[in-house]
Design a protein around this ligand. Structure first.
Ligand SMILES: [Fe+2]
Ligand SMILES: [Fe+2]
Length: 314
């Protein structure tokens, strides 16, 4: 065995040991949500409007097929020989994510917002469409994708939860069941975000030369809804305005984590690459206004400057 081979195995083992220790600490106490967690007699669908119910319909669909993105992440884990990532997906991520659409769907049917047959047929379409983003990813690219996706999802649930609370009045109090579903799911999404981010951080601690993988996965990032439920995804910008989703806060968090993972140069380069590949997405709009074509090499001063400007702005 060559020296470089045995040293890369040693690095992989160190990353795996650290991540397994973290999973040992958290996974045994976790459990997926259940329909029995909620008092269904307490729902108050009259307290929310049509837009809100439609947004809940959208997340019901997006959450209905975690096996598709989960399969991509498992392939990445195996490809990169990262047993920690396989363990996280099979022991916690999939069991938890597989339950996220269940209380939403129950709520919508009980509220009379959608027929069960309609939701089932929309879910079938989501399953048919599958999910091919991230094909060929390494464990680090998959962890980067997971970190961004869970961060955005967590913030979205958090903002609609706050929207319900801020709209409540004494005569029309917020729906307690909806509040609990949203906060239970948001907590799980936040935990998933934490594991992926810790995974990316741990890989880079032992293999700092791999920053480019974080940058490429960030640059081609797309929310799963674009493929899974494209007609519904079109409404996301409207909902983000109506429910006062804070883009600024989101971009602040992405910026902070990306600087930690890939430096100011990484932040600058990822942003510039992102803008050159995508039509503008509502959740990253302010970043892409800073586009510039002069960023080809990681070490380019343009990347560093762009990174400093973006980090300073958000
Ligand atoms: Fe979820
Ligand atoms: Fe999630």
């Amino acid at each position: 065995m060559s020296t470089s081979n045995s040293s890369s195995i040693a690095i992989r083992n160190r990353i795996n040991d650290e991540m397994q220790a973290m999973l040992d600490q958290y996974l045994p106490d976790r459990r997926p949500m259940s329909l029995d967690d909620y008092d269904w007699d307490q729902i108050r669908p009259e307290s929310v409007d049509q837009d809100f119910l439609e947004a809940i319909g959208f997340v019901t669909l997006i959450e209905s097929n975690p096996k598709a993105p989960g399969g991509q992440i498992l392939s990445a884990a195996d490809r990169s020989e990262a047993p920690w990532l396989r363990r996280f997906i099979t022991q916690t991520w999939l069991p938890e994510e597989s339950m996220h659409h269940v209380p939403f769907k129950e709520y919508l049917i009980r509220a009379g917002a959608y027929e069960k047959t309609f939701l089932d047929s929309e879910i079938d379409k989501v399953i048919q469409r599958g999910f091919d983003h991230g094909e060929g990813y390494t464990e680090l690219q998959a962890a980067t994708y997971g970190w961004l996706q869970e961060l955005i999802t967590w913030r979205f649930y958090d903002s609609i939860h706050s929207y319900l609370l801020s709209n409540a009045t004494t005569d029309n109090p917020a729906d307690p069941v909806l509040l609990k579903i949203l906060s239970d799911i948001a907590k799980q999404e936040n935990f998933h975000r934490h594991v992926y981010l810790t995974g990316a951080r741990t890989v880079l601690k032992h293999a700092p030369e791999r920053k480019g993988e974080v940058i490429s996965a960030t640059a081609e990032f797309l929310m799963p809804g674009h493929q899974m439920a494209p007609e519904w995804q079109l409404k996301a910008p409207l909902w983000s305005v109506k429910f006062k989703f804070s883009l600024r806060r989101l971009i602040h968090d992405i910026t902070r984590d990306l600087v930690e993972l890939a430096g100011y140069r990484g932040l600058g380069q990822a942003t510039i690459l992102y803008g050159s590949r995508h039509t503008i997405q509502w959740y990253l709009k302010p970043l892409v206004t800073l586009l510039n074509p002069l960023s080809r090499s990681y070490r380019s001063p343009v990347n560093y400057l762009a990174g400093r400007v973006i980090a300073g702005t958000f």
